[in-house]
Design a protein around this ligand. Structure first.
Ligand SMILES: NC(=O)C1=CN([C@@H]2O[C@H](COP(=O)(O)OP(=O)(O)OC[C@H]3O[C@@H](n4cnc5c(N)ncnc54)[C@H](OP(=O)(O)O)[C@@H]3O)[C@@H](O)[C@H]2O)C=CC1
Ligand SMILES: O=C(CO)[C@H](O)[C@H](O)COP(=O)(O)O
Length: 469
């Protein structure tokens, strides 16, 4: 057998959905790649199915053979589930790698784990890149959007590969070095939070069309396909049309009607909400989306509730109002996400390049949307401003909020749930209420707990109390 030591330019561990596709993508861009997977049968199946890319692969059966196959300084990409598998894999690699080698964690890791791992590996002289990868299987294979965090050296080592593997928007590769340590995984986490909100609002509109307006899956799919031709154009709207329009080959029924209404979640949406709460950053659309996924799992309670209270009634609305609701909801959800990024950037001292983040989301990722180009421009013009208040988006909100309002009102009157759309509307209406209602909250807090308040007529004076004894 030929000596394969140091013949590969890069290595990848974890040949699941994402890893296998990313490895083929890397191979196709002309980089010889060593691969290793915990379960050997998967490596063998991967090699069999690689067709004409097989010559670009160095398949290996154990970790030492894998490490030895990679040219130095080694670049090793992990594409395994977040948490313990990443720690275990790094621990297994440590005795085999050398100072100056670079380990890349390309899974959806918790950004705080990435910070911890970057610091621990730096003490061993190993460079570490936390790489958020978005685009699902298709993106990994044909060009994902990638959000990198880590040392300059780690980025410099990986950039030549990542820039050719990434999706392109026009000629611009959708990958960037966004900051140190966990910055890339943080941005990916917020991307996924926005993804949750976007999907939940789409699902709510689907629910109105199905339960309120009596439309079948095919008609609903047609509606989404039409919207994908306009300003709502985005990957999630496009694949909603596809999913709603698909027929189950076994039964001949619409596939969508046969899927159990219980949503899974791997954690990034929940992490985004927890992180936003810890920073006191409002993120209502994502909160509503995470709660909706949790409630989707409470099928028995929902059946019991339907039996006690009865199902919702019918409603009628023009298609353009539903489109407007999604437009306004999308702008508000992205705006909340970018505000969270701005808050975290300041608190972590990351200097996150918000316009560049919007740019690298224009292609390859799950939340790619026709709006992101305008968002990048708005964030470049006023980096500290709230996206929803940027001139173009303020105009769009003026145009679409009335439709959102009619949709939330009609759904509410019919008894159909629209928690993410309603929470976005509540966020919008709160932001336009110059004199809010928290004066009463403060009065009550002072009344029961002597918590103190400020007065409108005595600026600067704090910890004042009311006349309630
Ligand atoms: N699927 C998606 O759309 C996306 C996923 N991601 C993230 O990418 C990562 C991989 O996801 P995905 O490819 O979908 O997952 P899969 O479940 O398809 O594959 C997981 C891979 O990790 C390996 N693995 C699992 N546990 C361990 C372990 N303890 N030690 C070593 N290897 C292990 C598996 O090996 P084995 O064959 O032995 O089981 C398999 O190769 C995750 O962090 C995920 O969140 C990111 C973006 C999109
Ligand atoms: O990162 C992704 C897409 O961007 C993954 O598909 C992720 O698994 C989606 O999150 P969840 O499984 O919680 O819906």
């Amino acid at each position: 057998m030929a000596d394969r030591r140091e013949t590969a330019e890069i290595g990848l561990i974890g040949l699941g959905t994402m890893g296998a596709n990313l490895a083929l993508n890397i191979a196709e861009t002309g980089h010889k790649i060593a691969v290793w997977n915990r379960t050997r049968a998967r490596t063998e199946a991967f090699a069999r199915e690689a067709d004409d890319l097989a010559a670009m692969l160095v398949t290996t059966v154990d970790l030492s053979e894998f490490v030895a196959a990679i040219a130095r300084p080694r670049r090793i990409v992990l594409m395994v589930p977040a948490g313990k598998p990443v720690d275990d894999q790094i621990a297994a690699l440590l005795p085999l790698v050398d100072a100056g080698d670079v380990i890349v964690d390309a899974g959806n890791s918790d950004w705080q784990d990435t910070d911890r791992r970057a610091a621990a590996l730096a003490r061993e002289g190993i460079e570490f890149l936390g790489l958020g990868v978005s685009g699902g299987a298709e993106g990994a294979r044909n060009g994902p959007s990638m959000m990198a965090g880590g040392s300059d050296r780690a980025w410099a080592a990986l950039a030549p590969v990542l820039q050719v593997v990434a999706a392109r928007f026009e000629h611009d590769p959708c990958v960037a070095h966004l900051g140190p340590g966990g910055a890339g995984h943080y941005v990916k986490m917020v991307h996924n939070g926005i993804e949750y909100a976007d999907m939940q609002m789409i699902a709510e509109v689907y629910g109105l069309m199905r339960d309120g307006m009596g439309q079948g899956a095919a008609a609903i799919g047609d509606g989404f396909a039409r919207w994908n031709e306009g300003p709502l154009a985005s990957y999630l709207i496009e694949i909603t049309a596809e999913v709603a329009g698909s027929i189950d080959p076994d039964s001949g029924h619409p596939m969508l009607d046969l899927i159990v209404d219980r949503a899974g979640q791997k954690g990034t949406g929940r992490w985004t909400v927890i992180d936003a709460q810890m920073r006191a950053a409002p993120l209502p659309a994502v909160e509503a989306a995470v709660t909706a996924r949790v409630l989707s799992g409470e099928a028995e309670a929902r059946a019991e509730g339907a039996a006690i209270f009865g199902e919702a009634g019918a409603m009628e609305l023009p298609e353009r109002d539903l489109e407007s609701a999604l437009m306004a909801g999308k702008i508000l959800a992205y705006s909340q996400g970018f505000s969270l990024l701005a808050t975290a950037s300041a608190e972590q001292d990351w200097s996150l390049p918000l316009p560049r983040i919007a740019e690298i989301w224009r292609a390859g990722c799950i939340i790619r949307s026709a709006m992101l180009g305008d968002m990048a421009r708005a964030l470049a013009e006023a980096p500290d401003a709230r996206l929803a208040f940027a001139p173009d988006f303020a105009v769009a909100l003026e145009a679409h909020v009335p439709g959102l309002r009619r949709v939330v009102a009609a759904a509410t009157l019919a008894g159909l749930p629209v928690p993410a759309l309603a929470s976005s509307l509540g966020y919008f209406d709160t932001l336009r209420q110059a004199r809010g209602t928290a004066n009463l909250i403060q009065g009550l807090r002072d009344r029961f707990g002597a918590h103190g308040f400020e007065r409108t007529d005595r600026p600067g004076a704090r910890d004042l109390h009311g006349p309630w004894g």
